[in-house]
Design a protein around this ligand. Structure first.
Ligand code: HEM
Length: 495
C-alpha cells in the first residue's frame, strides 16, 4: 500500500533520484565523519586516504609506497593518516612501543617463527662456491683457492638483481630443503623467480585492504599461474622427499632442526606437510630480502669506485686464501665490510614498508600521543632510514658513518652519533616478530660478497651504467613489501 503510494507520488524516475540522493547523503555523512569526528580525524594526511584504504592499494599497485610515505612525511611531518584506521609514524621513539616486547600491538602478518640456526655454514659455503664460479663464467672445480689465475678478459655481463637471487636461492635450497636448487649453474629452475615475485606483490596489494582477498581479487591477479605453482609445489615436495629419505641426522640444516622441534604441550613434532610449509615459508621470506642486501651492496660499490677499491683491498689483505673467508674473528674484524652492507641496507632496506601493527584494547601511548585500540600503526623503514633527524646527509652512501672513530684510527663518527643512527636503523625490524636469523642472513651476504671481491675485479658493463640508478644516485627500487629491482649489470675478471 505504502509502496504504491510512494510510486504514485513520485513516479519511477523520482524514486531512482531519491535513491541517488540517499546514496550521496550517506557518502557526505561518511566524509564528514571520517574527516571531522573519527578518533583519528585530527591527524593530517591525504584526503582520499582518510576515506579509504584504496589509497594504499593504488600505491601498492604502483610499487611506490616507500617513496609516497617519504613524501607524505616531508609534507605532513611526524604522523600521517594513511588510511581510515591507519597511521604512519616517523619517529624512532615509536619503535619500541609498537614493535618491542612490551608492545600494546599485535602483528598482522601470518607467518610463524623459525628454529635456531646452527651448523649450517658448510651448506651455505657450498652454494656460494658454485655462485662465485658462475660469476666468472667458470666451473666450481676451476676456482683456485690460493692464487687466482689471471683470466684473459671480463666475464659475460651479469644482471646482479638476478644473479644475486640465484646465489641466495641456492643457499636457501641447501639450508631449507637440504639441497642446492642449482640455479647459479643451470637455468632450469629460473621460472620460480617471477612466480615468487608475483606472489609477494599480490600479498602486498591485497594486504592493504583485506576485503580484496575476501572478494577473490588475489585469485584474479594470480590467474594463469596455476600450472607453474603446481610445478613449484611438486618441486618442493621432491626436494624435501629426497632430503628426508637420506640420512637426516648428518646434515645440520633447517630440516634437521625442524625435525628435532617438539610442541612443548603435546610433545609432537612436525609432519611432512608442516615441514614443507615451514621450509617454503623460510624460502619465501629469505629469498628477496637477502638478495636485496647483496644486490644493493654490489650496486653502491660499483657506483663508488673508491669505496670498492678500499673494501676489495681490505678483503684481500685479511684473507690469504679464498677458503679463509668463513665466519669467525677475521670476518668480524673486517668492520668495513659490515659497514658497507649496513649502509646499503640503510639506503635500500630489504623490507622498506611500514610493518603494520594493530593497537590492542587499552590503546597505545607513544610519547604524548595516545592511539585508540584498533588503530593500525607502523613506522616506515625507508623514510626512517632517510630521515635527517637521525642521519647526516641521508641520501649519501657513506659506510664510514657506521665506524666508531675511537676504534678506527680517527675515521668514522663518535659514540653519540652512532647511537643516534642505530636507534633509527631497523632493516630486520625489532621485537618479538623481528627476523631471528639475522646472523645467518648477514653471513650469507658478507661471505658471498667477500668471496666475489677476493676472486674478481669488477666493473659496470659498458653501456649499462644508468640501469638501476634512482633519485640522487640511489638504487632504484620498487616497494612490493620486499624490493623489486633491476641491475646493476656487472662484469667480473679474475684478479
Ligand atoms: C638481509 C636479509 C634479511 C632481512 C633484512 C630480513 C628482514 C626481515 C624483517 C624486517 C622481518 C620482519 C617482518 C615482520 O615484522 O612482519 C623478517 C621476518 C622474517 N624473515 Fe627475514 N630478513 C632477511 C633474510 C631472511 C632469510 C635469509 C630468511 C630465511 C632463511 C628469512 C626468514 C624470515 C622469516 C621466517 C620471518 C618471519 C618471522 C615471523 O613472522 O615471526 N629472512 N625478515
Amino acid at each position: 500500500m505504502l509502496k504504491e503510494l510512494i510510486i504514485a507520488l513520485l513516479g519511477i524516475a523520482p524514486l531512482g533520484s531519491l535513491l541517488i540522493f540517499l546514496l550521496f547523503a550517506a557518502f557526505a555523512i561518511y566524509i564528514v565523519y571520517q574527516t571531522q569526528f573519527h578518533p583519528l580525524a585530527a591527524y593530517p594526511g591525504p584526503f582520499l586516504a582518510k576515506l579509504t584504504n584504496l589509497y594504499s592499494v593504488v600505491h601498492a599497485f604502483r610499487a611506490d609506497r616507500h617513496e609516497d610515505l617519504y613524501q607524505l612525511h616531508q609534507y605532513y611531518r611526524r604522523i600521517v593518516r594513511i588510511g581510515p584506521q591507519r597511521l604512519s609514524i616517523l619517529d624512532a621513539q615509536a619503535l619500541a612501543p609498537i614493535y618491542g616486547f612490551q608492545a600494546m600491538c599485535k602483528s598482522l602478518s601470518g607467518t610463524t617463527g623459525s628454529t635456531a640456526l646452527r651448523g649450517i655454514e658448510p651448506h651455505i659455503l657450498s652454494a656460494i662456491r658454485d655462485w662465485c664460479a658462475a660469476l666468472g663464467d667458470q666451473h666450481p672445480d676451476q676456482l683456485s683457492p690460493v692464487a687466482p689465475s689471471k683470466s684473459v678478459g671480463w666475464s659475460r655481463p651479469k644482471n646482479m638483481a638476478h644473479w644475486c637471487a640465484y646465489g641466495i636461492f641456492d643457499i636457501l635450497g641447501e639450508v631449507c630443503f637440504g639441497k642446492t636448487f642449482n640455479t647459479s649453474l643451470r637455468d632450469a629452475n629460473h621460472l620460480f623467480f617471477p612466480l615468487m615475485a608475483l606472489n609477494v606483490q599480490i600479498i602486498n596489494i591485497c594486504g592493504q585492504m583485506p576485503i580484496l582477498r575476501r572478494l577473490g581479487f588475489d585469485d584474479y591477479l594470480r590467474m594463469g599461474t596455476a600450472a607453474d605453482r603446481e610445478q613449484q609445489i611438486a618441486f618442493s615436495r621432491k626436494q624435501l622427499g629426497a632430503r628426508l629419505t637420506g640420512n637426516p641426522t648428518q646434515r645440520r640444516d633447517i630440516i634437521y632442526y625442524l625435525e628435532q622441534a617438539r610442541d612443548p604441550q603435546t610433545g609432537e613434532g612436525y609432519n611432512r606437510g608442516e615441514l614443507i610449509s615451514e621450509a617454503t615459508m623460510l624460502l619465501g621470506a629469505g629469498i628477496d630480502t637477502a638478495n636485496t642486501a647483496l644486490t644493493a651492496t654490489f650496486y653502491f660499490l660499483a657506483h663508488h669506485p673508491a669505496i670498492l677499491h678500499r673494501l676489495t683491498s681490505a678483503i684481500r689483505t685479511a684473507f690469504p686464501t679464498l677458503e679463509d673467508i668463513v665466519s669467525g674473528p677475521r670476518l668480524t674484524q673486517l668492520t668495513y665490510l659490515y659497514a658497507c652492507v649496513e649502509e646499503s641496507m640503510r639506503l635500500c632496506p630489504p623490507v622498506p614498508m611500514d610493518l603494520p601493527r594493530e593497537v590492542l584494547p587499552g590503546g597505545l601511548q607513544v610519547g604524548s600521543w595516545h592511539f585508540p585500540a584498533g588503530t593500525i600503526v607502523g613506522v616506515p623503514t625507508y623514510s626512517l632510514h632517510h630521515s635527517e633527524e637521525y642521519f647526516d646527509r641521508p641520501f649519501v652512501y657513506d659506510p664510514s658513518r657506521w665506524l666508531l672513530r675511537a676504534s678506527e684510527g680517527g675515521e668514522g663518527v663518535d659514540t653519540a652519533v652512532l647511537r643516534r643512527q642505530r636507534k633509527a636503523f631497523i632493516p630486520f625490524s625489532l621485537g618479538p616478530r623481528a627476523f631471528i636469523g639475522r646472523d645467518m642472513a648477514m653471513l650469507e651476504v658478507e661471505v658471498s660478497l667477500a668471496r666475489a671481491l677476493w676472486l674478481y675485479d669488477m666493473r659496470l658493463a659498458p653501456g649499462t651504467e644508468m640501469l638501476g640508478v634512482g633519485k640522487e644516485g640511489e638504487y632504484k627500487i620498487k616497494d612490493h613489501f620486499v624490493v623489486g629491482k633491476e641491475g646493476p649489470v656487472l662484469q667480473f675478471r679474475a684478479r
